[in-house]
Write a protein that binds this ligand. Structure first.
Ligand code: 5GP
Ligand code: ZN
Length: 134
């Protein structure tokens, strides 16, 4: 039995605000963002860390990362986009299904890796989702 929460998100067993999906990848809003628009892009193939992801699955997810980053930049009007990917508890990984963080960046604002408090409400995430997909 697979208890992975990100596999459940891909299957729709756990709800998410989906930004993009194709054969290889799924992108959705992070529920505990460090920046408005913080989005996770994940391969549909379950691997707990990058070390265990078959290269062809990595190659499959890269276009989705590029496409999602481009969409976020266009719809949010940010100046830049950070891409981060953590492997292992020592690196700060908390969900053990490979994922890529896309974090919108604004000129003159250093990145702060602490999740924003309070976390956005479901209504705020829904409004953001409409803004990105609209
Ligand atoms: P990590 O620290 O493992 O690189 O990042 C895991 C990310 O997954 C965190 O930014 C966290 O907010 C996000 N996250 C954890 N559980 C859920 C969830 O159920 N739904 C969504 N949308 N994001 C989640
Ligand atoms: Zn998984």
């Amino acid at each position: 039995m697979n208890d992975c929460i990100f596999c459940k998100i891909i299957k729709g067993e756990i709800p998410s605000f989906k930004i993009f999906e194709d054969e290889h990848a799924f992108a959705f809003l992070d529920i505990n963002p460090i920046e408005r628009g913080h989005t996770l892009v994940i391969p549909k193939f379950h691997a707990k860390e990058l070390f265990f992801l078959p290269p062809e699955e990595l190659a499959g997810v890269m276009p989705a990362i590029q496409r999602t980053a481009t969409l976020l930049k266009k719809k949010l009007g940010c100046d830049g986009m950070a891409l981060s990917q953590l492997n292992g508890e020592a690196a700060g990984q908390t969900v053990f299904h490979v994922h890529f963080h896309l974090i919108p960046r604004y000129a003159g604002t250093p990145i702060d890796w602490t999740p924003k408090t309070p976390a956005p409400t479901m209504e705020e995430l829904a409004a953001l989702h409409r803004q990105i997909l609209g």
